[in-house]
Design a protein around this ligand. Structure first.
Ligand code: NAP
Length: 362
């Protein structure tokens, strides 16, 4: 398949840097960006512990083919906007440092595509899944005006909030969600590397992930909110989340029970999800899957082992759509936490911006 040409008048790829390149999400960025048709990695950055080392020495490569030699031999540099030349930075930084560092990059005029939680709920910062709410990127202009910087921060959501919002977007748009109850089974890779100690998680379920439930509850509402006149109004329905860590490598599975304003039958809900294609302006973007949302008819799907890599990790798979005796419908959704829920989501945000001129210098 031929790659879509670089948008606009550019003749060369956009130079990009990865902050937190040595971590689990940072490595996924490197995997997704090494052969990207529009972006080229020019810098890899991490903590002072890694700075100065060759990328291959600073990184315990977690999976897939190791990156090309030119990337492996690159020296890791510090996350310093005075040192990094790339105008676009993908951030996979630990939340403990992401706030200060990402702000410094935006102040220095850089475009920051962040995976961290720090800025997601700021009213002037877009929290975006392109197919669901790509129009929220209009907040960038308000952000620049309000903060007086030429850079920008655009965030993607918590990995479980992303999976839930992709599954729920078509249903909320058509039937109006009134109440939502969710219970997650989240993969260990969601905790980064080395993450959860093996003796805590093997053969076990941990019914607590620090700060995860409030993040999931508020981010789903912002993602499904509406943009008008320079602000996003979060969706107004009630949400209750349980989050659990389970011994699965990749893929967050979420059981959801949903109450609606206009109560759909399971068949109508399935038809609505199957016919949903997401925001039209995302069609043809390099990382966008053909189908952002797939509904399985099998009684025992989705399963992480079988469905997590659907659409190269960018498709959310839904199954078991059925009536509920307390609210209206029940279903199960699954998505790849490291790809759709992290690095792939950020890359798709950047592609949407690139295709609409949003990455061009102001
Ligand atoms: P991780 O494996 O622990 O990696 C953290 C990265 O941050 C490493 O590259 C580390 O560099 C860097 N770092 C730590 N302290 C630093 C400092 N003081 N200055 C500069 N860099 C520093 O974590 P992860 O799972 O990749 O997560 C990265 C971010 O993405 C987090 O904010 C996380 O919440 C978010 N996220 C993760 C997922 C997921 O599924 N894993 C999904 C969505 C969002 P060194 O190697 O040099 O220490």
């Amino acid at each position: 398949m031929t790659s879509p040409p670089i948008p606009g008048k550019r003749k060369t790829k956009w130079p990009v840097a990865v902050l937190g390149a040595t971590g689990a999400v940072g490595q996924m960025f490197v995997r997704l960006l090494v052969d990207h048709p529009w972006f080229e990695i020019v810098e890899l950055a991490a903590s002072e512990r890694s700075a100065g080392k060759k990328y291959s020495d600073a990184t315990r490569w977690l999976e897939g083919a190791p990156p090309p030699t030119a990337i492996q031999n690159r020296r890791v540099i510090a996350c310093d906007p005075g040192v990094i030349s790339a105008p676009i930075v993908f951030s996979a930084l630990d939340a403990v440092v992401a706030g200060e560092v990402e702000m410094a990059f935006a102040k220095a005029g850089k475009f920051v595509l962040s995976n961290a939680k720090n800025f997601r709920m700021e009213p002037d910062v877009p929290l975006v899944i392109p197919e669901v709410n790509g129009d929220h990127l209009a907040l960038i202009e308000c952000q620049r005006n309000r903060r007086g910087w030429s850079g920008a921060i655009v965030t993607n959501a918590n990995c479980s909030a992303t999976v839930a919002a992709v599954a729920l977007a078509p249903l909320h748009q058509k039937f109006g969600i009134r109440q939502l109850f969710l219970s997650t089974m989240q993969a260990v890779s969601g905790a980064g590397y080395p993450g959860v100690p093996s003796l805590d998680i093997l053969g076990n379920v941990i019914p607590y992930i620090a700060d995860e439930e409030p993040k999931l509850e508020r981010e789903v509402l912002k993602l499904l909110g509406t943009y008008a006149d320079g602000e996003v109004t979060s969706a107004g329905f009630k949400v209750s989340a349980h989050t659990n860590r389970v011994p699965v490598e990749h893929g967050h599975t979420i059981c959801m029970t949903i109450g609606f304003e206009d109560k759909p039958s399971p068949e109508a809900a399935i038809e609505t999800m199957r016919s949903w294609e997401g925001l039209a302006s995302t069609a043809g973007l390099p990382t966008r899957p053909k189908h952002p949302l797939v509904v399985s008819d099998a009684p025992d799907r989705p399963q992480p082992r079988r469905d997590v890599n659907a659409g190269d990790g960018m498709t959310v798979t839904v199954g078991r759509v059925r009536r509920d005796a307390i609210l209206d419908l029940r279903l199960v959704a699954l998505g790849h936490n490291m790809i759709r829920g992290a690095a792939g989501g950020s890359v798709l945000n950047a592609e949407l911006l690139a295709s609409t001129g949003g990455l061009d210098p102001t």
